[in-house]
Design a protein around this ligand. Structure first.
Ligand SMILES: *Cc1c(COP(=O)(O)O)cnc(C)c1O
Length: 398
């Protein structure tokens, strides 16, 4: 691949780092504390303010965020969590770290989000939590999930790795639609700290557990000590915790990125509108965008389209290859986690789930990141039309 092509290549997602981000990181490196310093609190406060939540605990990645969320709710051996198979493996893996079992629910075939009715059918005496994943940034049916969780006295958790900036009935994802919401700051996500994550909650007891577990289970407050303190150097390890800290260097980057987050989500929505307009102008018969709802606004971490490859008589692999040759990266989100060998070995062949199957068979994520230009969006749609052997769709006004 020559340099020009390499430069023009559009991946399905990528970070957006500018000079102000770089300056913020340099300033942090020159500061007195590069970890466990003041920027950690500042970044946590910034996230709370943006999301409208009471408490945030930032951690070293989104998987650690899930692990701490589950651990803070005492999910462990003998417990079951119900989640979607249409997610990144971390959602399920983090429950397995704690010895809990995972039950996979069916999904809506056109949104890819977990189906509340399927969740309800899987609840049993061992069920402890429901974990919703807002696929691509599109909020799940939170009201219905809340009703089910309340009825059965279960924890409701959101893996909101895709949904920073999304809203459900006017309320931000992460503001308290569930007991705990987790985010990831990996470079493909909305906001990056290189690697990073956060756990949001409005429950001060959960927040305390999260902070303790983030740091080896260490307790430093004298009034909480189990034994008598011999002096000021004293602290206690009261339970088994981890080192899941995020550095001040990373928090500096996070704070700088957070300033641009509202504009980034706005641009993602504009890009999505353009994709939708151009797809319905010309590819509407064989391609549809992920389902949308009047009461939810996606944060568009991804822009998944659903293509009936079988009806078109063309394989997804061939379409991906053609797009790649035209300089466009695409990805499939996700191979159902329940189909992965590790989970098949543990739980056997997954039961037939028509919604999961139908979504997985058709989905393809097109490039989606804020610095994508209108011309690049048009280029992606035209290239997709060519890859599918269709006529180029009509232009739409910018
Ligand atoms: C990215 C992601 C994670 C994990 O985040 P990391 O920061 O990569 O550990 C978890 N769940 C979902 C749905 C994700 O997309």
């Amino acid at each position: 691949m020559n340099d020009e092509r390499a430069q023009a290549f559009l991946p399905y997602g990528r970070q957006n780092i500018d000079e102000s981000d770089i300056e913020a990181v340099i300033a942090a490196l020159k500061g007195p504390r590069i970890t466990q310093g003041p920027l950690v609190d500042e970044f946590e406060e910034g996230l709370c303010k943006y999301l409208g939540a009471k408490h945030a605990t930032v951690v070293c990645n989104g998987t650690a965020a899930l692990h701490l969320a589950y651990a803070a709710l005492d999910i462990g051996p003998g417990d079951e969590v119900i989640t979607t198979p249409l997610t990144f493996a971390a959602t399920a893996n983090a429950a397995r770290y704690l010895g809990a079992e995972v039950r996979f629910a069916d999904c809506d075939p056109d949104s890819g989000n977990i189906l509340p009715s399927s969740v309800a059918s899987l609840i049993g005496p061992k069920t402890k939590a429901i974990v919703a994943v807002h696929l691509g940034g599109l909020p799940c049916d939170m009201q219905e999930l809340r009703n089910i969780a309340d009825k059965h006295k279960l924890w409701l958790i959101e893996d909101a790795a895709h949904a920073l900036g999304a809203t459900y009935r006017g309320q931000r994802i992460g503001s308290g639609l569930s007991d705990i919401a987790t985010f990831s700051f990996h470079p493909v996500k909305h906001l990056t700290t290189g690697e990073g994550g956060a756990v949001l909650t409005n429950n001060s007891m959960i927040k305390e557990r999260l902070d303790t577990l983030r740091q080896h289970g260490v307790e430093r407050r004298p009034e909480k000590f189990a034994n008598k303190s011999p002096g000021r150097w004293y602290y206690e390890v009261q339970e088994l915790g981890y080192n899941y800290r995020l550095t001040d260097i990373q928090c500096a980057l996070g704070l700088s990125q957070l300033e641009k987050q509202p504009a980034s989500v706005k641009r993602r929505r504009e890009i999505a509108e353009r994709y939708r307009a151009r797809i319905s102008a010309g590819l509407g018969r064989c391609v549809s965008a992920q389902r949308s709802y009047d009461d939810r606004q996606s944060a568009y971490h991804l822009f998944p389209v659903l293509i009936d490859f079988d009806a078109l008589g063309i394989s997804r692999d061939a379409v991906m290859e053609s797009l790649e040759r035209q300089g466009i990266g695409t990805q499939v989100h996700y191979i159902p986690v329940s189909w992965q060998p590790y989970y098949q070995e543990r739980y056997g062949q997954p039961q037939a789930q028509s919604g999961v199957h139908r979504y997985y068979q058709r989905t393809l994520s097109l490039p989606m990141f804020p610095c994508l230009s209108d011309e690049e969006v048009d280029h992606v749609v035209d290239s997709l039309a060519r890859a599918l052997g269709q006529q180029l769709p009509a232009k739409v006004a910018s």
